[in-house]
Design a protein around this ligand. Structure first.
Ligand SMILES: *Cc1c(COP(=O)(O)O)cnc(C)c1O
Length: 473
């Protein structure tokens, strides 16, 4: 090969190096346990290992793969490690990885139906499949007035809900400056951020207090709404969380939905993490009242074996969403769109361009089947209950929130500093990673069990570490 030729430009090159790359990924996944879960590199350390400028001459692929080992791995926090119990999981699985590969190979932009019909139609069908698999209200199906779309993240879904709510209210004659948004203090930060981006007045964003289970306090919500009405403001959007980020609290969706109906406001339900549990009929109690929701979102990329990014966003009345987001310049006009017989998902999201994300979901749903997905979720819930039982039975610890699904929030009875030290020692072991939060002013350790490769022996190992490192009373 002459000096100016690149090593990876033909389909034949892709085959050769592609097989090796798939081998690399598979080997990585089979030795996940040999890596310290949390990257310990100092700020700038990875950047310092890279040349200051892009190379002028093509480099061989071997050099690239070698640098993935040398530079990337040491600077990686291994989210796929079976010892990863922090935040919420970022699911992945072999079928999802291969789906992503095919998506990259096709490299279509599914901005409108005509730019790749399969991208749109498979997405529509996948979201309908999920309505059935999760037992969601049929009003979210594409053959009703509603429908579903894949967003990159739950944050984007919340933003779209806020935009649709705002548009519906302002078209109805309300002034933007008068519109109010309600969510609990435990709602995800993306609610506040979305409200700011959507142009709601920051002074009209109400963060409502919660009860001892970290669910929105309904009385406080009613009082806030009444006070706003009395000062001439207009309740516009309520965001209820099913499975809060800190402690997996569940807002009373049914009651919030009824209040929301009375106020003719928009109800968005954010079930980013907990939503996946609904593949199991016995883990669907948070669906109560969901038929009152104008929109709903959950993340298969958290707990349903599908690589980031994949958030499923449903609306009960797709016209409201499209009214808020559709603008058609001449260069995007086409017969299919004008006929009204097709879906143009660009009108269901903020950006124009969109990836073929439905493919990985299709690969996952077909590879595992409903039964496989239920087994996956049930095993994590079983392990989580078992872990919770061990923590609760040990006098050194206190549960800090009602345990739910796959999350346990606990602290050492010795106080915040002891808990903080324990977490730091656990994470320094390299074998596990857990994260923390503050609940009712207390420092709390969170253990979330949802990794694709996490099995009973990993949770046993976690408990042995905790038992060993936690100071006696
Ligand atoms: C994780 C989480 C989010 C944010 O999800 P992204 O997809 O990263 O935007 C939003 N809401 C809740 C309740 C979450 O747990």
């Amino acid at each position: 090969m002459s000096g100016m030729e690149s090593f990876l430009v033909t389909p034949e090159d892709l085959k050769h190096h592609g097989h090796r790359t798939v081998d690399w990924v598979a080997d990585y996944l089979s030795c996940l346990e040999s890596y310290p879960v949390l990257a310990t590199t100092a700020p700038g350390e990875i950047a310092a290992m890279l040349p200051r400028s892009a190379p002028e001459e093509p480099e061989p692929f071997d050099a690239l793969l070698a640098d993935v080992d040398r530079i990337v791995l040491p600077g990686t926090t291994h989210w796929q490690s079976p010892g990863f119990f922090g935040f919420f999981p970022a699911s992945s699985s072999p079928p999802a990885i291969l789906g992503e590969l095919v998506t990259a190979g096709l490299a279509v932009n599914g901005m409108v139906w005509a730019t790749s019909p399969a991208c749109t139609e498979i997405e529509t069908v996948m979201l309908d499949w999920l309505v059935e698999l999760l037992g969601l209200p049929v009003g979210f199906r594409s053959d009703s007035l509603g429908g579903g779309v894949i967003q990159d993240s739950a944050s984007s879904a919340t933003l779209c809900a806020l935009l649709a709510a705002r548009e519906r209210a302002t078209r109805g004659g309300a002034a933007l400056a008068d519109l109010c948004v309600y969510a609990s203090v435990e709602a995800h930060s993306s609610v506040q951020k979305g409200a700011r981006v959507a142009g709601f007045c920051p002074a009209n964003i109400r963060l409502i207090g919660t009860d001892e289970a970290f669910a929105m306090d309904l009385g406080a919500l009613e009082r806030a709404v009444r006070a706003d009405r009395e000062s001439g403001l207009v309740p516009c959007c309520f965001v209820a969380t099913s499975g809060t980020t800190s402690s997996m609290g569940f807002d009373p969706v049914q009651a919030i939905g009824q209040l929301c109906r009375e106020e003719q406001a928009w109800l968005h339900v954010d079930a980013a993490m907990a939503g996946s549990a609904a593949v199991c009929p016995e883990l669907r109690s948070h669906h109560e009242g969901l038929e009152l929701a104008d929109s709903y979102a959950f993340n298969p990329h958290k707990w349903l074996l599908t690589n980031f990014d994949c958030d499923c966003f449903y609306v009960a009345d797709r016209a409201s969403l499209i009214d808020a987001l559709s603008i058609t310049p001449e260069y995007l006009r086409n017969d299919a769109s004008e006929s009204g017989a097709v879906i143009d998902y660009r009108d269901w999201q903020v950006p124009l361009g969109r990836r073929f994300r439905a493919l990985k979901l299709w690969f996952v749903l077909r590879s595992y089947g409903g039964e496989g997905l239920r087994r996956h979720v049930r095993e994590h819930v079983r392990l989580s209950r078992w872990f919770t039982g061990l923590v609760a039975a040990d006098p050194r610890f206190e549960l800090r929130a009602p345990p739910a699904l796959n999350l346990t929030c606990f602290s050492h009875v010795g106080g915040d500093e002891v808990s903080e030290q324990l977490l730091s020692d656990l994470n320094a072991s390299g074998r596990v990673f857990l994260s923390h939060t503050k609940l009712a002013g207390r420092y709390v350790i969170r253990c979330c069990i949802g990794g694709t490769w996490t099995a009973e022996r990993h949770v046993e190992m976690l408990w042995r570490l905790i038992d060993e490192l936690a100071p006696a009373l």
